[in-house]
Design a protein around this ligand. Sequence first.
Ligand code: DGL
Length: 272
Amino acid sequence: MTPIGIFDSGYGGLTILRQIRQLMPQYDYLYLGDNARAPYGTRSFEVVYEFTLQAVKRLFQEGCPLVILACNTASAKALRSIQQNDLPGIDPSRRVLGVVRPTAEIVGEMTKTKHIGIFATPGTVRSNTYELEIAKLHPKLKVTGVACPMWVPLVENNEAHLPGADYFVKKKAEELLAADPLIDTVILGCTHYPILLEKIKEFMPQGINIIPQGKYVADSLQNYLHRHPDMQQRLSQNGTLHLLTTEQPSQFNENASIFLNNPVEAQRIILQ
Ligand code: DGL
């Protein structure tokens, strides 16, 4: 089996996996959530890089020729180093792709005011990766990022739909609009945040476009595979999904089943 590897610090990447599988159900997928060490968003560059590299190596060992970092924090803080410094030594024929670039590509068409907002983890916001990627592609856009350190813990602890989450969502929605009232398009720049989508919509004025990235990452992957038939042919196609987590599987299974609308059975692994 040579599945597509999908990695996230926890449950968030399942929002990306779901969209990718919807578009390309024929491939085999291996999901890895580092739930025991989530969240990554408040960790240093070095630690996010180290954890992400461990995960990528593990997914390679499991046979994945291609790994998607379905995590903005890992894409922002580790992707480039892994692509440029590690991959040539590990196996130059394998590929690691992220989620920031496919998202940056599509924002140009979405905004009328040319003012974009980003909700993301502190790590992603501090890295300025979205600003840099968007500036390369759409130099006229004004980008404002707001870090939401409490949002991932709300999702990881299954608190996202409870009234307690309202306070944290409202606070950040107000902060973003106070920073730039002309924003008409907001990117959810963390793969956990689509779980909070309904709440985010509740606290943002109507007419503001809130964009989860899953669909665009899936479209971009499909496009990538069309352009790289050598990689496409290496991927096995039995339509299977296997899940790995660094936490105890019972809790993961329960939460992941809700995300994926199907009962799942994850296996626990230790990353090092
Ligand atoms: N879901 C991840 C992201 O897209 C990471 C969240 C975290 O672990 O802080 O940024």
